[in-house]
Design a protein around this ligand. Structure first.
Ligand SMILES: NC(=O)c1ccc[n+]([C@@H]2O[C@H](COP(=O)([O-])OP(=O)(O)OC[C@H]3O[C@@H](n4cnc5c(N)ncnc54)[C@H](O)[C@@H]3O)[C@@H](O)[C@H]2O)c1
Length: 248
């Protein structure tokens, strides 16, 4: 049976997980569209099936225009992966500013509203689609001082469930992945101000994973590939923990 080439859009494509997701999708022969504030880290991937856009996902007009361009070019959009995000340095709530709270909610939650709203018309038209959002195991297994980040990831999971029921009639599946502590540049940003980053990585993050190592971006990319694929055709509204048991 001939394999159909699908079109996947990935936000946060320049990040640790985003880049691994692009690589897995390209290896499967798909057309991949990557968006990020900076796509410089993607230059080395140069591939005929990879298209990149430097874009702020909080700019709704820009996202609507990019998705339209992708649909007009390829005539289909099969998958959306929300892999962007920002971290919070562990901070007691009394010291968290309203600006910091709003920034985390904007980037980690409002962005999901913007991308989902923009993609749904194209998926509804074809009565098919898969949306995957990278949230965090911290939503259900919190650490102290990450209250705004944790709230944003809980909202991402609730939003996913809300969209899964709203879009089921159109055969559009919507799922969340909860990674555990992952080996990307973001991990160091969760460290409290003034704490030793490498020591925190070993003493706090690696120690918290029952399977004994940090999550590799490829672990996440593999789970994304499954949720985007027809192998998951009856999976919607669920959350897949890719956390080495951190959530237990
Ligand atoms: N690294 C971890 O330990 C960890 C653990 C659990 C969950 N997560 C989540 O996984 C996802 C991916 O994280 P990562 O580890 O790859 O981090 P990363 O920092 O390597 O990548 C995040 C990317 O998002 C991009 N981005 C941020 N704001 C944007 C915006 N407004 N518009 C476009 N792009 C924007 C950044 O430029 C960056 O390239 C995030 O949602 C993160 O919260 C990470």
């Amino acid at each position: 049976m001939a394999v159909v080439q699908q079109v996947m859009i990935v936000t946060g494509a320049g990040g640790g997980m985003g880049k691994a997701i692009l690589q897995h999708q390209l290896a499967q022969g798909n057309i991949v569209v990557g968006l990020d504030l900076s796509v410089a880290s993607l230059a080395e991937l140069a591939h005929e099936n990879l298209q990149t856009y430097e874009a702020n996902v909080l700019q709704e007009d820009r996202i609507q225009a990019v998705f339209k361009e992708v649909y007009d070019t390829y005539g289909r959009i099969d998958g959306l992966v929300n892999a962007l995000g920002i971290a919070q340095a562990a901070t007691p709530i009394e010291q968290v500013s309203m600006d910091e709270w709003n920034r985390l909610m904007d980037v980690n939650v409002k962005s999901l509203f913007i991308t989902t709203k923009a993609i749904v018309p194209y998926m509804k038209e074809r009565k098919k689609g898969s949306i995957v959002t990278i949230a965090s195991i911290s939503a259900v297994r919190p650490r102290p001082g990450l209250q705004a980040y944790i709230a944003s990831k809980g909202a991402a999971e609730s939003f996913t469930r809300g969209m899964a029921i709203e879009l089921a009639a159109y055969q559009i599946r919507v799922n969340t992945i909860h990674p555990g502590p992952a080996d990307t540049q973001m991990l160091s940003q969760f460290t409290a101000h003034g704490a030793d980053v490498e020591q925190t990585k070993q003493d706090v993050f690696v120690q918290s994973v029952p399977l004994g190592r940090l999550i590799d971006p490829n672990d996440i990319a593999g789970a994304v590939s499954y949720l985007l694929s027809d192998a998951a055709s009856m999976v919607t509204g669920t959350t897949l923990h890719v956390d080495g048991g951190r959530g237990l």
